[in-house]
Design a protein around this ligand. Structure first.
Ligand code: ZN
Length: 229
């Protein structure tokens, strides 16, 4: 009997380790502190375990954004044209391949508040909407990232863990829906074995700060979107 219990305990521990390895990852969308907003336009991708940036302090979040469940229901804003016409931002991925990971726990204390779109390293990442490049930023958790504002600067689209940017991409650049802006990778805290695009949408506040907003679940918006192929 005792050996059976020991065996079961071993299986549980093993399963937890596997679960941890698979799920570790993924930044919340907007954790860049304002003090870092003057960082150079582009920075080289850092080798694993190193970073030119100090550890990011707790993100400056609006009170409404910090409360679980505060995310706006997609149905409340799906009629806004800028949101309704979103393109699934990874080439060759169909809506049915998506899994809703918005509410997933991350490190037990915060919610994911984004969508992970699994794809092979190097797969083109596409602008989900018309807009402009608001910020190119490298963070510890997000790795190589892009913050895109829609044309009215109502929403920000956040693309993280990029392997690299599209050639010549610069801040302020106008984007058309479907433009290639980068390539899927695993920079930041994504597992090298599971490259993916971490895609987040947030409603910008009146100050239009690229690092701050109210998260919106992309899943219902993209699950009904047309594929990019
Ligand atoms: Zn993620």
């Amino acid at each position: 009997m005792k050996s059976v219990l020991l065996f079961l305990a071993g299986v549980l521990v093993g399963a937890n380790v596997v679960y941890f390895l698979v799920r570790r990852d993924c930044p919340a969308p907007a954790m860049a502190p304002p003090a870092l907003s003057v960082a150079p336009v582009t920075q080289p991708v850092m080798p694993p375990g190193t970073s030119a940036l100090p550890p990011a302090p707790a993100p400056a979040r609006t009170p409404v954004a910090s409360s679980p469940g505060a995310a706006l229901p997609a149905s409340a804003i799906a009629t806004t044209p800028a949101i309704a016409g979103l393109l699934l931002p990874v080439a060759g991925i169909a809506p049915r391949q998506l899994t809703d990971t918005f509410g997933d726990d991350r490190q037990g204390t915060r919610r994911h508040e984004a969508l992970d779109i699994m794809a092979a390293r190097g797969t083109p990442v596409l602008a989900a909407s018309d807009g402009k490049v608001a910020k190119l930023f490298t963070s510890v958790r997000g790795g190589l990232t892009i913050y895109e504002f829609d044309p009215a600067s109502t929403y920000c689209y956040y693309y993280a863990h990029l392997d690299r940017y599209a050639n010549g991409l610069v801040e302020g650049q106008a984007l058309k829906r479907g433009d290639v802006i980068g390539y899927v990778g695993s920079t930041g805290d994504a597992s090298p074995d599971a490259p993916h695009l971490h895609f987040a949408i947030f409603l910008l506040g009146p100050e239009k700060q690229w690092w701050k907003g109210t998260p919106i679940n992309p899943y219902p918006l993209l699950a009904s979107a047309s594929g990019s192929r």
